[in-house]
Design a protein around this ligand. Structure first.
Ligand code: MN
Length: 199
């Protein structure tokens, strides 16, 4: 069952009479956990990277977005847990509201946890995140292969790095990251500008 308090921070920041973002309801467990990457043209442009863990989407704000190049270490700032339905959110958050700006769903799909302990036994994914290092395999429309999230700073300024694993889905150079202003939604094929125009 959903732990309603898990979404308290998310709900506390938003006025659901004013924003079309979902309020969040009890989640149901699919066979494989989901991931989503949204592009969010807010006060600063960023990518929002979210992984389903139990009934919420664990979330990080990634200024430069994920890279398919294992040499790129992408800063990932943790943000509050989001409801599972947020995976589908694409639209305009009104100006003056929390996160005001346009959102498109850049990529989505499922992931497989890969974290193991020293003896090769699988570690529950939520536990590996709590410990500050989690590895996983993304099966998206755009993102594929292994990635690692690693916490390098704790406390008030907690910060993580998202890095591509050097596997057969790795790509070198700058082909790995999209230009957010030209990128298209995996749901609707629209750009940020096209979504904003209908907002
Ligand atoms: Mn955001």
């Amino acid at each position: 069952m959903a732990d309603k308090s898990a979404l308290r921070a998310y709900r506390g920041k938003r006025d659901f009479d004013r924003t079309a973002e979902p309020r969040g309801r009890d989640g149901s467990h699919g066979d494989e956990p989901r991931f989503v990457v949204q592009i969010h043209d807010a006060s600063t442009m960023h990518f929002d990277f979210r992984l389903q863990v139990d009934n919420v989407l664990k979330s990080w704000s990634i200024p430069k977005g994920p890279s398919a190049d294992p040499h790129d270490k992408r800063l990932a700032m943790p943000t509050e847990d989001h409801p599972l339905e947020y995976e589908e959110f694409e639209g305009v958050i009104p100006e003056g509201e929390y996160g005001g700006g346009t959102v498109i769903v850049w990529d989505h799909g499922t992931y497989r946890p890969l974290s193991h302990d020293r003896r090769g036994r699988p570690v529950p994914f939520g536990e590996s995140l709590e410990r500050g290092h989690a590895t996983f395999w993304l099966d998206g429309s755009k993102l594929h292969g292994g990635y690692a999230l690693t916490r390098f700073r704790e406390g008030k300024d907690e910060a993580w790095l998202l890095v591509k694993t050097d596997d057969e889905r790795a790509r070198s150079g700058d082909r790995g990251t999209p230009d957010p202003r030209r990128a298209r939604s995996v749901r609707s094929g629209r750009t940020l500008r096209q979504v904003a125009g209908q907002g």
